[in-house]
Design a protein around this ligand. Structure first.
Ligand SMILES: Cc1ncc(COP(=O)(O)O)c(C=O)c1O
Length: 417
């Protein structure tokens, strides 16, 4: 509170733009913390919310269901990678993770295996701010004050890469070897592995290759361990495909979705799972129930926004599929020759790079607030993660607008010291 600049007062938003009270306009280059996939204030979603509010605002989701939840669940199942058959609703990314953790642990209990208590997690992984989510994202420096509350996990290396990385084959081999030995050392006691597939967001847009994910999937499945994909950020087109799992040709047992699910209008989340996981909870014994429900679980208005957003996404699929080409073209055009830029990387609608720094590349790098301020002055909403700059715009951005974003970034970087 002491060191943060005063918050900017937003007045309205439209498409890729956010207008401030004083009349200045910012381009939302990070989709307002990665939630706004279709662009701000889309009429179609606003209308769906209005109509739904007149019909059914809310009803508890215990012993009840409703059309928007059913429509959203079936729309999701249609798009999700094969093997995700059931949908469990909640209301934000962190709770989708809590549900996944509980689901995985109880799955083994319900089928009579009491030994599986551990989670395999990844260095740099971030899964949200609640206690279970903090635990499976345990390597983050954010959590130091809360360590006493958190459970231990087994932390595996994440082989992140960038364009022209000559070491990547070796890094992946070392990571897989280490993961295999971690699994062997904890024989039979790992319930699930949890990963942000293809892109670790908060860690600094660290990207791994689809082939690593595929090998990891096979390794984990052969050791009788469940796979949880945290697609809270990567879902709904972010990686250039509907889901990172589909892009990598992998089939997680459990998947967590939120952020873009309701088009950035309202909070909503789901945890999807396979029939195999679901069936472990089908029982005459009520103690086998997955006891987890929030007051606003599957809120009808949020679900209606989700259904409308899914429709928009169907039309936007060529936009999210082609955005990587635009990123590559314009990032190299404007920044390719800059000595201040390193580790350039792309994954679908996301581009990232580091600004060369004499301090370690991490969240607390002192460049972040300086860059943030300069970008705002240039009309760009970009929140650097330390010295990592990333662009993750709504899919309605045009090529010309994206080119303009990189032009402005280039200008800011040239003006640095
Ligand atoms: C990969 C990932 N998982 C989970 C979360 C937590 O989501 P929420 O902020 O909605 O609780 C985030 C949020 O940034 C995230 O990036």
């Amino acid at each position: 509170m002491k060191s943060a600049p005063s918050p900017l007062k937003a007045k309205r938003a439209s498409g890729i733009f956010i207008e401030l009270e004083g009349g200045e306009t910012l381009i939302d280059c990070i989709s307002s913390w990665w939630v706004n996939v279709n662009g701000h204030c889309r009429q179609e979603i606003a209308q769906a919310i209005y109509q739904q509010s007149l019909e059914l605002d809310h009803v508890l989701f215990a012993g009840f269901t409703h059309q928007p939840a059913q429509d959203l669940a079936s729309g999701l199942i249609e798009r999700l990678p094969q093997g995700i058959d059931k949908i469990f609703f909640s209301d934000n990314g962190s709770t989708a993770i809590e549900v996944a953790i509980k689901m995985a642990l109880q799955f083994w209990r319900n089928i009579g295996d009491e030994r599986k208590n551990l989670f395999l997690t990844f260095e740099g992984g971030y899964h949200g701010d609640t206690v279970g989510a903090m635990s499976v994202g345990g390597s983050s420096a954010f959590w130091n004050p809360y360590r006493q509350l958190m459970f231990e996990t087994i932390i595996a290396p994440f082989p992140s890469t960038f364009e022209g990385d000559a070491e990547i084959d070796r890094k992946e081999e070392i990571a897989l070897c280490k993961i295999k030995s971690l699994i062997d050392n904890h024989a039979g006691s790992i319930a699930a592995a949890i990963i942000e597939p293809l892109v670790q967001g908060a860690a600094g847009m660290k990207m791994c290759r689809p082939q690593f994910l595929l090998k990891l999937s096979n390794l984990v499945a052969s050791a009788n361990i469940l796979t949880i994909y945290d697609e809270v950020m990567t879902g709904f087109g972010r990686t250039g495909e509907w889901f990172a799992a589909s892009k990598a040709g992998t089939h997680p047992d459990i998947i967590c979705l939120s952020k873009g699910i309701a088009g950035g209008f309202l909070p909503l989340a789901v945890t999807g799972c396979s029939n195999t996981v679901y069936e472990a909870f089908l029982s005459d014994d009520r103690r086998n129930t997955l006891y987890h429900g929030h007051s606003f679980t599957a809120n009808p208005i949020s679900c209606a926004a989700g259904v409308a957003s899914l429709k928009l996404l169907r039309d936007a699929s060529s936009a999210f599929r082609q955005m990587e080409t635009w990123h590559r073209k314009w990032l190299y055009h404007e920044l390719g020759s800059s000595k201040k830029v390193e580790n350039i990387r792309f994954c679908g609608t996301i581009s990232a790079f580091e600004v060369v720094s004499d301090s370690p590349s991490e969240y607390f790098n002192k460049m972040a607030p300086v860059l943030y301020h300069k970008f705002i002055q240039s009309g760009l909403l970009i929140r650097p993660l330390g010295n990592t700059i990333y662009i993750m715009p709504p899919y309605c951005i045009s090529e010309e607008q994206l080119a303009g974003v990189y032009r402005r970034i280039g200008k800011v970087l040239r003006e640095l010291d």
